[in-house]
Ligand binder design. Structure first.
Ligand SMILES: Cc1cc2nc3c(=O)[nH]c(=O)nc-3n(C[C@H](O)[C@H](O)[C@H](O)COP(=O)(O)OP(=O)(O)OC[C@H]3O[C@@H](n4cnc5c(N)ncnc54)[C@H](O)[C@@H]3O)c2cc1C
Length: 400
């Protein structure tokens, strides 16, 4: 092996929620871990609407100060301004995303086995072989490191992924925080064929502050202005402004020799809402189990990582993420008229009160089953699909 090069067992690229949570999960393992983060400060820049389903507390211990607000209703608004209110037992959290990113960092930062290199950019990796065993030579903007495993938690435009020829399709987001007078506990989603890859959102942060944003595949700033006009909001009144990139599609490949991808880097984001936090926290637990296994067996092969990480993810969040994308493909092709018909069906059949919206929205199988039990909904969807055979083709391609 080369001289004067630092050695770690494991390198994690990206110290946002995925990288920090995985580091925390591995912090008892005695593995020597280096975390490389491009930005100087954890949690900044803040790029999130911060709405997370109640499942969050099933996954992590959530300190009170991270929760800014709770939401009890989702208002879904059609392009013509018609709306339905969805509510149920679930009351999603509106979180302080900066504090959430720092939560796990603060728990591990003094661990002698863990080193954070902040303000340092990951550049590339190379495979090397020593004594018949593959390992990695990693280059950052400031050093070279040898490690047995590399974990790409480096977000939607992952450089680790790029080197492995994994590329996420993405959409672009723009958001402001502003004092306004909407509802305190109601989140809103504004659908429009112009920004059809997601929606415009209003998320109540509490204290009359709202996070208002949209995401779209193109012209996001133009559509954001339009959306603010619809809401009668003057952008000059904003407290601050955020941008961001969101993966769009289904989960990507996760496993490679000595390497795995996690979080936005792996496309673990719901195509219905752009939400990634629940998915990546779930995947991080599988990643942590897999990494323990790799080090126990001294086996870092793609086959083992597929078996203990990719397969577990595919059978759980992967399936659900496919469903999210199928829902997205359908909604994306709705014309204004389809929204109106669909909303009428929901209202007339009193489904808005049946659906525990957010709880089911992380894992929508149950929600879809509930909806399709209703003959009118089923008839509407079938008729819509028959009129749009391209979607049927895309769905079949996704499933088989
Ligand atoms: C506007 C917006 C609103 C959102 N709203 C919600 C929401 O309401 N609910 C929800 O659940 N999700 C939401 N999401 C999605 C959520 O923010 C992501 O799923 C989540 O942040 C992904 O975490 P991550 O750690 O995988 O990646 P990221 O948060 O993207 O972090 C990647 C980290 O890697 C670092 N990095 C990248 N490249 C390098 C490199 N070469 N070297 C070193 N470091 C590098 C970056 O600096 C960054 O810190 C939203 C996203 C956006 C953009």
């Amino acid at each position: 092996m080369e001289q004067n090069i630092e050695k770690y067992d494991l390198i994690i690229i990206g110290a946002s929620i995925a990288g920090n949570y995985l580091t925390y999960l591995l912090s008892e393992s005695n593995l020597r871990i280096a975390v490389i983060e491009d930005h100087e400060e954890i949690g900044l820049p803040f790029q999130c609407a911060g709405i997370v389903s109640q499942k969050l507390i099933q996954l992590i211990e959530l300190p009170k100060e991270i929760v800014l607000n709770r939401v009890n209703t989702a208002k879904i608004v059609s392009p013509s301004g018609n709306f339905i209110n969805l509510s149920g037992n679930e009351r999603p959290y509106v979180v302080d995303r900066i504090k959430l990113d720092r939560l796990f960092y603060n728990k591990v930062k003094d661990n002698p086995n863990i080193t954070y290199y902040l303000g340092e950019r990951y550049k590339s990796f190379e495979y090397r072989i020593d004594d018949g065993k593959k390992y990695l030579l990693i280059e950052t903007s400031k050093r070279k490191i040898i490690a047995k495993m590399l974990i790409g938690c480096d977000g939607p435009l992952s450089l680790v992924g790029k080197q492995l020829k994994v590329k996420n399709d993405v959409i672009y987001a723009s958001q402001i925080r502003i004092k306004a007078k909407f509802y305190d506990h109601k989140a809103a989603m504004y659908f429009n064929p112009k920004w059809k890859q997601l929606f415009g959102w209003i998320v109540p942060e509490g204290n009359r502050i709202y996070r208002i944003g949209i995401a779209s595949a193109k012209d996001v700033n133009k559509y954001f202005k339009h959306f603010l006009n619809v809401l009668n909001i003057d952008i000059k009144d904003r407290i601050d402004q955020q941008g961001g990139i969101i993966p769009y599609g289904v989960m990507n490949k996760l496993a490679f020799d000595n390497i795995l991808l996690l979080g936005d880097a792996a496309g673990q984001v719901k195509a219905t809402t752009g939400g990634g936090i629940i998915m990546l926290l779930t995947a991080a637990k599988y990643a942590s189990n897999c990494i323990h296994r790799c080090f126990e067996d001294e086996n870092f092969s793609k086959r083992l990582i597929q078996k203990y990480y990719e397969k577990s993810c595919s059978q759980t969040i992967g399936r659900e993420l496919k469903l999210h994308f199928i829902i997205r493909l359908i909604i994306e092709n709705f014309r204004s008229k389809d929204f109106e018909i669909f909303f009428k069906i929901i209202k007339e059949n009193k489904i808005e009160h049946l659906v525990t919206f957010y709880g089911d929205m992380d894992f929508p199988k149950a929600l879809i089953a509930k909806l399709l039990q209703n003959r009118t909904v089923l008839g509407f969807i079938l008729k819509f699909l028959m009129k749009n055979p391209v979607i049927i083709f895309k769905i079949l391609k996704l499933l088989f």
